[in-house]
Write a protein that binds this ligand. Structure first.
Ligand SMILES: Nc1ncnc2c1ncn2[C@@H]1O[C@H](COP(=O)(O)OP(=O)(O)O)[C@@H](O)[C@H]1O
Ligand SMILES: [Mg+2]
Ligand SMILES: [Zn+2]
Length: 252
């Protein structure tokens, strides 16, 4: 009851999910949030990947910690007013591992939902841990989600695990807004030839099989150079998710 009251002033609640880790889920989440907030919308991110919280790092507010007020928990504020709740903003340093067990992770997420002072938001994006474990299940049960955005690479292992997510969403009656194919191809900066290191057409085939919409294909970005942090409107993650963000807005 407390959670539904606390989330009452949030217009859209979208979870970003994937079958596997390392496919770009957090990058996509941060990029979409940035694009939405830049266009003047009020945006929050719940970093529900408690064991691998990356959102504060990606949005360049790693050093800041969440504060507690009389009314509840205060989110960390990133560019364009993006409100972030993350386990990374609790711990002393980001190389301190979070060794909490499953039930503790779920109760931390519930606290972020019940006690975080989100206020009025147009969008709350939830960055879920990969797979169909405790946290994705409990989020789908606890929050009335507007829908899911599924991120996958074209590799067959990623695809396999995504099928499980799609079936889970079906069972839970949660809408899948669409699929994002990440690392879809690599364009040689020299001759502009496109190569497909993880396979070609696999994500499209999967989305066709389940009658889902493929809402974006992001290339492997040679300019990433291992710097994952979004520091400006021109950062790769922002550029690569600009059109995906518009598509999501149109679909809702
Ligand atoms: N399209 C891309 N091009 C280049 N690097 C990418 C791309 N997408 C993600 N990455 C990089 O891959 C790594 C994993 O991405 P991340 O968003 O943390 O994945 P996940 O949240 O699914 O585990 C990060 O270092 C990220 O910067
Ligand atoms: Mg992640
Ligand atoms: Zn070339």
């Amino acid at each position: 009851m407390k959670i539904s009251k606390n989330l009452g002033a949030i217009r859209h609640r979208i979870a970003i999910v994937s079958g596997k880790g390392g496919v770009g889920k957090s990058t996509v989440t941060a990029g979409i949030a940035y694009n939405l907030a830049r266009s003047g919308l009020k945006v929050g991110i719940l970093d529900a990947d408690v064991s691998g919280p990356n959102i504060p790092h990606l949005l360049n507010v790693e050093a800041e910690k969440m504060q507690v007020s009389q009314e509840g928990l205060l989110p960390v504020i990133a560019a364009y007013g993006i409100k972030i709740a993350s386990a990374e903003s609790l711990v002393e340093s980001s190389d301190t591992p979070i060794v909490w067990r499953g039930p503790m992770r779920s109760s931390l997420i519930n606290q972020f939902l019940a006690d975080m002072l989100w206020g009025e938001l147009d969008y709350l994006l939830v960055d879920l841990p990969p797979g169909t474990g405790d946290e994705p299940l409990s989020i789908m049960q606890t929050i009335p989600l507007t829908g899911l955005v599924i991120v996958s690479t074209p590799s067959s292992l990623s695809i396999l695990d995504v099928s499980k997510i799609i079936n889970m969403a079906k069972t839970m009656n949660v809408r899948v807004i669409g699929m994002v194919e990440n690392m879809a191809y690599y364009e040689c900066p020299g001759c502009h030839e496109k190569v497909y290191p993880f396979g070609k057409g696999n994500v499209k085939a999967l989305s066709d099989k389940y009658q889902l919409r493929l809402i974006g294909q992001m290339p492997l970005d040679p300019l990433n150079t291992g710097k994952d942090i979004i520091t400006s409107d021109d950062s790769p993650a922002v550029r690569m998710t600009a059109e995906i963000t518009r598509t999501i807005e149109d679909l809702l």
